[in-house]
Design a protein around this ligand. Structure first.
Ligand SMILES: Cc1cc2nc3c(=O)[nH]c(=O)nc-3n(C[C@H](O)[C@H](O)[C@H](O)COP(=O)(O)O)c2cc1C
Length: 354
């Protein structure tokens, strides 16, 4: 069926992202799956990512991977980016994805206040909360910069093509960006530049730990998992301060997380968050949010508009999240017009692992 292929248009074409060649403009969005016992990705995890890479997803971004610090996260089935068995597990993952013809970025994650105090370690946050979380000291900040740099070094050794820093959705780095959770009065709080200072320091530490030519992606959002109406920037000017700090610290790509890709962000412009990111910084950007969740999306005006916005240079790549859980071959099938082999996203797709 040529109509579908035509509608996917330039999304199916090879491209480069900050120098990294990709077979398409589709990205697999990072999705936590709890399939790595003891923090070690299994052969099943490698096969899961390879299946998507072999089906024309140009760039895989892994699920959030905990940096090597006890405060980063508590769940034992969430993978870690640490030397030893986890590094060997990741080497198998990157080898499989490369064998499938794809590229893969590691998403580095610290949960911040979302970490449960299950083993005597209270959650770390920028400035503490009434719930008794631990307000980070300057020594803690140095420790975490070392942990991020260490994790980035492991990712390089394990064969990743890129690194993504998770600074979205209300986790630690986003808790620094958001005035509601960052009440610090030192240079890591206060103004937008102050709120960006710790995430920027993490970007700088990771940049120094990876090869100069390796793309460094930063994921950010306005919304939080606990508060969809939350905002880190009230205006384009405020967003510019945050994103310019990321760029100056060494970010090459901005992954702008939204729940619906076609939602405008600021009054008076239809630009989405990825559009603003690219407009304000000149960096390539990735959009995401409810792309392709139902079969009707293929052949729809919404898809035509999405492709048109890529062609117009508003943003560069398109992430697919939930639709890839139950439809690992979504891109291949959509490109071939084999729509009857695709099923709409359903919540139960989150329970299968294939
Ligand atoms: C099961 C699940 C796990 C997720 N885990 C992560 C994660 O680890 N890191 C992250 O940045 N986003 C995570 N997300 C958000 C997705 O990356 C994506 O932004 C979101 O699902 C919206 O895209 P979609 O509408 O195409 O699914 C997760 C989403 C889902 C559904």
């Amino acid at each position: 069926m040529t109509s579908t292929t035509t509608v996917l248009g330039s999304l199916l074409e090879p491209t480069t992202l900050a120098g990294l060649p990709l077979t398409s403009r589709f990205v697999m969005a990072p999705m936590t799956r709890y399939h790595s016992p003891g923090g070690v990705p299994t052969p099943e995890v490698a096969a899961y990512y390879r299946r998507r890479a072999a089906n024309r997803v140009g760039l895989i971004i892994t699920e959030g991977v905990l940096v090597g610090h006890p405060s980063a996260g508590h769940h034992t089935a969430v993978p870690r980016m640490t030397a030893g068995p986890a590094e060997r597990g990741w080497r198998r993952v990157t080898d499989e994805v490369h064998a499938g013809g794809g590229r893969i970025a590691a998403q580095l994650w610290h949960l911040g206040s979302a970490r449960e105090a299950v083993d005597g370690i209270s959650a770390w946050t920028p400035s503490g909360t009434p719930r008794g979380t631990h307000a980070m000291t300057l020594a803690d900040i140095d420790d975490l910069l070392a942990a991020y740099a260490g994790a980035a070094g492991v990712a390089v050794r394990a064969g990743f093509d890129a690194v993504e820093i998770h600074a979205a959705h209300g986790y630690l780095l986003d808790e620094f960006l958001w005035p509601h959770t960052n009440r610090r009065t030192d240079r890591f709080g206060g103004t937008p530049a102050g709120r960006a200072a710790f995430p920027a320091a993490v970007i700088r530490a990771v940049r120094a730990a990876i090869p100069a030519a390796m793309p460094l992606v930063v994921r950010f959002s306005q919304f939080k998992e606990r508060d969809y109406a939350a905002r880190i920037a009230e205006s384009p000017a405020e967003l510019a301060v945050l994103l310019e700090a990321f760029a100056a610290a060494g970010a090459d790509v901005l992954h702008a997380s939204q729940r619906h890709f076609d939602d405008p962000v600021f009054p008076g412009s239809p630009r989405n968050l990825a559009g603003w990111a690219r407009h304000l910084t000149g960096l390539p950007s990735i959009t995401v949010g409810s792309v392709g969740l139902t079969r009707d999306f293929l052949g729809s005006d919404a898809l035509r508009a999405l492709v048109g916005r890529v062609d117009a240079g508003e943003f560069d790549l398109v992430s697919l999240g939930r639709i890839l859980l139950g439809n690992p071959a979504w891109v291949t099938l959509a490109a071939a017009g084999r729509l009857d082999e695709i099923h709409d996203y359903r919540k139960s797709d989150e329970d299968i692992y294939y």
